[in-house]
Design a protein around this ligand. Structure first.
Ligand SMILES: Nc1ncnc2c1ncn2[C@@H]1O[C@H](COP(=O)(O)OP(=O)(O)OP(=O)(O)O)[C@@H](O)[C@H]1O
Ligand SMILES: [Mg+2]
Length: 255
């Protein structure tokens, strides 16, 4: 593996007496799609929160792009190039797709902008970024359409685009295809697959077909630990992974 862009070691996250992450080691190679899978409650989202700085870590160390970011708040990690996909609620429903991306390129997030509106500055400088992102999203034809008028799948792609418009190094996507129909799934899959030419993608995804198709590396988590890691072919045939998901199905969770 080439030098990791993100390296986490001994990551522990406790919520009171409950240990959600019990010592996770993770190395993410640049310009790859690295998926994190595992049964419900395994700690995947918690790991994302800790890596992106959304919640403080209890113990362990996180190095991103050569910097120790373990104790840095999320807004500082954003400046280092860590991006999370925005939620639908953070899109400006009444603004066009292009205007949404322009604001994201300027680093204006929805809540901040709504609290204290600042007129767009240096908008022209961001046109190139916006055009590039529109192309990646396959939303050029919808550039002047209000975000709120897009289909569900298009809105989900635009959320990813909002994160891309900030020109991050790494983008974290937590279940970007949840609740999607079959056509939208395919579009999102192609979007994510294409990202790895320029970005590092860390992906939580329950759809195994997508995971197996687009991942360079897969980390399987169970009960706050890494169960196994490997390339898709290794994970597909791993008995421990099958057993972990089987246990989950018996207790009624999603596969
Ligand atoms: N804020 C919190 N306070 C207490 N416990 C929490 C908190 N957030 C998560 N947990 C617990 O940590 C465990 C891991 O949750 P997490 O959301 O990371 O799982 P996950 O792998 O993302 O699951 P899913 O596939 O269902 O999204 C769960 O048992 C959950 O109940
Ligand atoms: Mg989750």
């Amino acid at each position: 593996m080439s030098e990791a862009i993100l390296s986490a070691s001994g990551v522990v996250k406790r919520y009171g007496k409950f240990t959600a992450l019990a010592g996770v080691d993770l190395r993410i190679a640049p310009r790859t799609v690295h998926s994190v899978i595992g049964p419900n409650g395994a700690g995947k989202t918690t790991l994302f929160h800790v890596l992106t700085g959304t919640v403080p870590i209890s113990a362990g160390k996180i190095v991103f792009d050569g910097h120790d970011v373990t104790r840095e708040p999320d807004h500082k990690r954003v400046r280092r190039g860590i991006a999370r996909s925005f939620q639908v609620t953070s899109l400006f429903q009444n603004l066009s797709v292009r205007e949404n991306l322009r604001l994201a390129a300027q680093g204006v997030d929805a809540r901040r902008a709504l609290n204290a509106w600042t007129p767009p500055r240096g908008a022209l400088a961001h046109e190139e970024t916006v055009a590039d992102v529109l192309g990646r999203l396959s939303l050029q034809r919808y550039a002047d359409v209000a975000a709120g008028a897009l289909s569900h799948g298009q809105q989900r792609r635009l959320e990813v685009g909002m994160a891309l418009a900030a020109r991050p190094l790494a983008i974290f996507l937590d279940e970007p295809t949840s609740g999607m129909g079959i056509d939208d799934l395919e579009d999102m899959k192609e979007l994510i697959r294409g990202l790895r030419t320029d970005y590092t993608v860390v992906l939580i995804e329950h759809n195994m077909n997508i995971v197996m198709d687009i991942s360079d590396t897969i980390t399987v988590m169970q009960q706050g630990r890494v169960l196994v890691e490997g390339i898709p072919d290794e994970i597909r045939g791993d008995e421990r992974v099958r057993t972990a998901y089987l246990g989950n199905m018996i207790t009624g969770g999603r596969a």
